[in-house]
Design a protein around this ligand. Sequence first.
Ligand SMILES: N[C@@H](CCC(=O)N[C@@H](CS)C(=O)NCC(=O)O)C(=O)O
Length: 230
Amino acid sequence: MNRTVDVVSSSLVSVASWGLGWTVATRARTPARLLELYEFESCPFCRKVREALTMFDLGVMVYPCPPGGTRFRPRVTELGGKAMFPFLVDPNSERQMYESNEIVKYLAETYGSGEVPLSLRLGPVTTMRSVVASALRPTMGRLRPSRAPEKPLELYSFEASPYSRIVREALSSLELPYRLHNLGKGSAFRSEFVARSGKMMVPYLVDPNENVEMFESADIVRYLERTYAQ
Ligand SMILES: N[C@@H](CCC(=O)N[C@@H](CS)C(=O)NCC(=O)O)C(=O)O
């Protein structure tokens, strides 16, 4: 896709999503063990959970499960009994769950203030604007054959960042697992990130397999394709 069209349409997704996942609403307590989310980038229900994660300032381990994917989808069926996404695993409480609204409520009650932000509890309205947002980039994040990395990658991002979305789509389509560090506006983790990377800009990819750390979405996507696509 032409780069300008790519960035403009990704920005439109953020607008259509009401900009949710731009700022931290209420900082949650950081779980002792990392939460695990099985999802895919274009899924509107998964987006609601990712928005909540940025709004609660929570990181998560992402296992991408694009339609037709074979790397992590079977694990979801094994654990939960069906291939439906999003699927959250909390190793702290040993809870596992489907249903985006249930997951958001669980996160708010277990790690946050107990309250789900109003914008995420408008029922069908909350869901419909996410469905519309997904329709703006229908072909992005489709499954592509890839080689699995030995160690998971790491991505510094926040949900509404148009440039980060382009990278998340690539990670999703290549089924590359990654630790997602959410750095919404107001995140408690921004200063730590700046100390590591030198400036506050996302996306920022860390690949411990190749000792690579980089900014710039276009460069990151090119790197992922060159290194992992088959
Ligand atoms: N009510 C569920 C709906 C979840 C749902 O329908 N997810 C779709 C993806 S957007 C799904 O899992 N489809 C089956 C598949 O992808 O194989 C929720 O809010 O989590």
